[in-house]
Design a protein around this ligand. Sequence first.
Ligand SMILES: Nc1ncnc2c1ncn2[C@@H]1O[C@H](COP(=O)(O)OP(=O)(O)O)[C@@H](O)[C@H]1O
Ligand SMILES: CC(=O)N[C@@H](CCC(=O)OP(=O)(O)O)C(=O)O
Length: 300
Amino acid sequence: MSINQQRATQIAQVLTEALPYIQRFSGKTLVIKYGGNAMTDDALKNSFARDVVLLKAVGINPVIVHGGGPQIGALLEKIGKQSEFINGMRVTDRETMDIVEMVLGGQVNKSIVNLINSHGGRAVGLTGKDGSLIFAEKMQFSAGDPTLNASEVIDLGHVGKVSSIDTGVIDMLINSDFIPVIAPVGVGKDGESYNINADLVAGKIAEVLQAEKLILLTNTPGLLDADGTLLTGLNARQVNDLIEQGVIYGGMLPKIGCALDAVQAGVTSAHIIDGRVQHAVLLEMFTDEGVGTLIRGGGR
Ligand SMILES: Nc1ncnc2c1ncn2[C@@H]1O[C@H](COP(=O)(O)OP(=O)(O)O)[C@@H](O)[C@H]1O
Ligand SMILES: CC(=O)N[C@@H](CCC(=O)OP(=O)(O)O)C(=O)O
């Protein structure tokens, strides 16, 4: 077989393998959390944007929720402010909240929108304030958090958790063939802005949209065990054991928590995958092997 024929056969095999997945997921909603750590270089950013445009072109409805933790950290550092994290949440005073809103709602959101549009997609950027999308309330860590003493309550400032989501604006955009790109800033009853961990927003949006999949793109191959080996699939009980053993910590805590909540609230599957691998989303969606860690419901 000539090289051209071999290549043609390979391309045909890949497309054929993708066909049943395209048929299965066409018309379904897919929530993708695009973490700040996965936005490292231009080649990766472009491959992400192309994946999103391709998904839309084959009839799948991607909804992007993005982070931007490292980008917020970089601007805070420029103005001489240290970032402090507790259980993966950035302690957010008034001044930090202004920076968070500026970086997430401005710089990061618009660069993702621009990137998708430059690849032929039709993306629209939103924060949780637009269309009253994300209502938030103040988050506090207290008793019940396994890493704290029962009496300890920690004030994280303007850190919020999602209290409700109004999907009106998302539905409208999806129905008009736009791709919503959402920054994780919520608004409280009092009109205050809240900084919400992007994983938590992605999980809740996947829940209320009853998405087919929640994909969390990050900077590890997936969930790793104590020896650094990839765990390809696990349930709530196994996750809880790993948290107790200290194998899951920091930014992985909200990620795994929201993945579990999502699958237990009706999202068919949640996946933690390596955003540093080009076309990771397509590999997860359209190949038999899949990539990263699959979180299943049950076992809690
Ligand atoms: N068991 C684990 N497996 C993989 N990563 C873990 C684990 N426990 C904690 N982590 C940490 O979680 C990080 C991912 O969370 P985070 O930094 O918040 O990423 P993102 O910005 O993509 O949301 C990893 O880089 C790793 O340092
Ligand atoms: C409360 C809280 O920690 N909010 C996050 C929001 C951004 C985010 O989640 O970004 P990544 O997904 O890139 O980590 C923060 O301030 O960094």
